[in-house]
Design a protein around this ligand. Structure first.
Ligand code: XMP
Length: 509
């Protein structure tokens, strides 16, 4: 296990990805983690990440210096290196100008971190400060034109510092360096796989839950489905899933999901039809935030009422993922937790006095899919595109009515059928339709029409934080438009959304 200390670099998740690609488990923790806690985690190595701060700046993030007495190898990257140099008695200087971009690293000692790396190799720099006087026992092992201390190490203690970022693709041999650190320097066995993760997770859930009962809000998305299957494998019928049909789902979604889940998984599932409970308070509401608030509140009420019926429930399971819980460090304000409340059951655990079970909380989205495949989840569920909790309500601009829901459902069904047929479904982060609150004039046969406009949105993304509109082939877009206008009554015009996030968002509301 490798511990990554988060000093706020934008590349932190990338460090974790690279480590896991080497089949070594890792965890990102904030700098205020205590040394005792580190001892209990038993890491084989520590990586100190980069960060936007300058080491001498007031409030710059710091970790207890006692980590250097743990007799564990340490790799400091950029700010992490400066922290190590400063903590061990060296000095750091502010550079006259920032060095940003490609640089050639000239390596003095092609061993340890640099075993198998070219003597001259391309690396990626992004820094203002650099190490000046090295602490006792450290040697310089690589430089660039602008940075003397490009890479340093302490042979006996196995402390390494690099000024560049080995985790980014632009550092051409960064993967080799990280692999050297993990296997040769830290002695990690490269055995972490989804199979071992699944076995461990199932054992841990069993140990935690024992013979008590677990409730899970199932949305039909990949995260909650994988969570359900994993917990079911651990405690079988002690798990009860609740699926709330809010009347804002896509065409036949509830029925299809029920079929897939019941056919393949022998899981306890309660389907709650709450269409009217959602649509009644939504009548006449056009403000996007108001819609979201109403849906969130009704969901809580419906879910809680159903959960109350399950006697002796002690645990609430959630499909929280790693990017949702990673604590990041802001440049000046110290550690700040960025936590997205998931699946709209935010306050429920406290209210119902339930303990949380979050077996996916150290995984990234693509790892969750790999885990789903590993434990035998249906392909259809593993590869589902994300669908927002408030459903079609935030894809109908303006008032939500049963008629408008029905039009959007038909449009969306045609769109998804065509996207699936074209082979694009898995390549896109999301593809969906939005119903606009304006009408336009058209002509059908000899008749004038005055009907709705549907917008198509298709985006590529890796984490939904940023997204780009998908360059779908014109033929595919043309085919989608033809089918929608011909087959869906009430739509006579289709437009394609060509906005990226930022500045737009993925959903329209
Ligand atoms: P935006 O529209 O903010 O969306 O770019 C980012 C991602 O989050 C999804 N999304 C939601 N998911 N509850 C959810 O579970 C919500 O209220 C919600 N709103 C947006 C959206 O589909 C996209 O994948």
């Amino acid at each position: 296990m490798i511990l990554i200390i988060d000093f706020g670099s934008q590349y932190n998740q990338l460090i974790a990805r690279r480590v896991r690609e080497c089949h070594v488990y890792c965890q990102i923790e904030p700098p205020h983690i205590g040394v005792d806690e580190i001892r209990t985690l038993k890491p084989e190595g520590i990586i100190l990440s980069g960060g936007p701060s300058s080491i001498y700046e007031e409030g710059s993030p710091k970790i207890d210096k006692a980590i250097f007495d743990l007799e564990i190898p340490v790799l400091g990257i950029c700010y992490g290196m400066h922290f190590m140099v400063n903590a061990l008695g060296g000095t750091v200087k502010g550079a006259g100008k920032r060095e940003y971009g490609f640089a050639e690293l000239v390596i003095d000692q092609a061993e340890g971190l640099f075993k198998g790396v070219d003597k001259r190799t391309t690396c990626w720099m992004s820094h203002g400060d650099s190490a000046e006087k090295l602490p006792a026992g450290f040697e310089n092992i690589g430089s660039t034109e602008n940075t003397e201390a490009g890479a340093i190490f302490h042979r006996e203690k196995k402390f390494y510092g690099v000024q560049f970022h080995p985790e980014v693709e632009h550092t051409s041999e960064g993967r080799t360096m990280l692999r050297n650190f993990l296997s040769d320097i830290c002695g990690c066995e490269q055995t972490w796989t989804m199979k071992s993760f699944a076995q461990d997770a199932i054992a841990r859930i069993r140990e935690t839950v024992k013979d008590k009962k677990v409730i899970l809000g199932l949305s039909g998305g990949v995260d909650s489905s994988v969570t359900a299957l994993l917990i079911h494998k651990a405690v079988g019928k002690h798990l009860t899933c609740i699926f709330v049909d809010n009347g804002l789902l896509r065409k036949n979604e509830g029925e299809k999901l029920e079929k897939v889940l019941k056919q393949h998984l022998d899981i306890n599932i309660r389907f709650v039809n709450a269409e009217d409970q959602f649509l009644t308070p939504l009548a006449g509401v056009t403000d996007p935030e108001k819609k979201r608030k109403i849906i969130g509140k009704v969901f809580m009420d419906v879910f809680e009422a159903e959960a109350q019926k399950i006697e002796d429930a002690e645990f609430l399971a959630q499909g929280t993922l790693y990017p949702d819980i990673i604590e990041s460090v802001s440049a000046f304000g110290g550690p700040t937790a960025v936590i997205k409340s998931h699946h709209n059951v935010g306050g429920l655990p406290e209210k119902m006095k339930l303990k949380l079970v979050e077996p996916l909380k150290y995984l990234f989205k693509d790892e969750v899919r790999a885990l789903g495949e590993e434990i035998g989840l249906e392909d259809e569920l593993v590869w589902r595109q994300p669908f927002p909790g408030p459903g079609l309500a935030i894809r109908i601009i303006g008032e939500i009515t049963k008629e408008r829901l029905s039009v959007l459902r038909e449009v969306d069904a045609v769109l998804l059928e065509e996207i699936r047929k074209s082979g694009y479904y898995k390549k896109l982060w999301q593809s969906f339709a939005v119903l606009l609150p304006i009408k336009s004039v058209g002509i059908m046969g000899d008749q004038r029409t005055y009907e709705n406009i549907a917008a198509i949105r298709a985006v590529t993304s890796t984490d939904a934080m940023t997204a780009d509109w998908a360059r779908l082939p014109y033929e595919l877009l043309g085919g989608i438009s033809n089918r929608i206008i011909n087959e869906v009554r009430g739509v006579n015009r289709v437009v394609y959304d060509i906005s990226s996030k930022p500045p737009s968002t993925i959903e329209w509301e």
